[in-house]
Design a protein around this ligand. Structure first.
Ligand code: AMP
Length: 221
């Protein structure tokens, strides 16, 4: 039957970390819109060129660009058993476009966990964040430092700070979340898909709670 998940939560809530663990447990791809954009930026594609200025400001990339990129990714065969979407949808138009895309594929979302944290916790997590250039793993100088500075524990790749990792961009991304993404909480609640998880405890504790929610929605898969 598959398990199709959208992870909701403000930037810094821990979506990326939890999505990675969830996708490993389920054996389905972790699809991150921010990660897909960063691949395009690194490769210097036309899509990356169109998206760059928005990303650097912490604004949302226009829906025409974003929706197509995600629809193309979801149509690939590795998504047949399911997926964990992280960072998409981020506004109502994207949520509706996702529903249409899935319904054309004869399927629908299974559950939408909301990882809740207070904004001050999200801001503390966002500053000090380092990302692996090769595998996308995320580290934090205080909360989860790599064993060796600047080097990924998992794949040995080089760690870097994203171009949108400035205090101004962090604040702006939280504002964008409040204005554009927060309405999705009501949208998915109304559809009976929302499941709230406290994102403030340690990573492993959040993982256990999240797994319980997903198991209940998707069966024992
Ligand atoms: P993230 O890694 O999820 O924080 O995303 C980094 C940046 O990519 C965001 O600040 C946006 O500029 C862009 N982005 C990621 N996902 C989306 C989306 N669903 N819609 C529009 N822009 C996005």
């Amino acid at each position: 039957m598959g398990c199709r998940i959208v992870l909701l939560g403000m930037p810094g809530a821990g979506k990326g970390t939890q999505a990675e663990r969830l996708s490993a447990r389920l054996g389905v791809p972790h699809i991150t819109s921010g990660g897909l954009f960063r691949e395009h930026l690194d490769k210097g594609t036309e899509l990356g060129r169109q998206a760059r200025a928005y990303i650097e400001r912490g604004d949302l990339v226009p829906d025409e660009i974003t929706v197509g990129m995600i629809a193309e990714r979801l149509a690939r065969p590795d998504c047949a058993p399911g997926f964990v979407l992280d960072g998409f949808p981020r506004n109502l138009a994207q949520a509706e476009a996702l529903d249409r895309t899935l319904s054309e594929m004869g399927t629908a979302l299974s559950v939408v966990p909301l990882i809740r944290v207070r904004p001050e916790i999200a801001l503390a997590r966002l500053s000090g964040r380092w990302t692996c250039r090769d595998c996308g793993a995320v580290y934090h100088t205080l909360f989860s430092p790599p064993k060796q500075e600047g080097v990924c524990d998992i794949c040995g790749g080089k760690l870097y700070q994203r171009p949108d990792e400035t205090p101004e961009a962090h604040q702006h991304r939280l504002e964008v979340y409040e204005e554009q993404t927060r309405p999705l909480v009501g949208y998915y609640r109304q559809l009976g898909l929302l499941a709230e998880v406290d994102g403030e405890p340690a990573v492993e504790d959040v993982e256990i709670k999240l797994w319980a929610v997903v198991r209940e929605a998707c069966g024992s898969k």
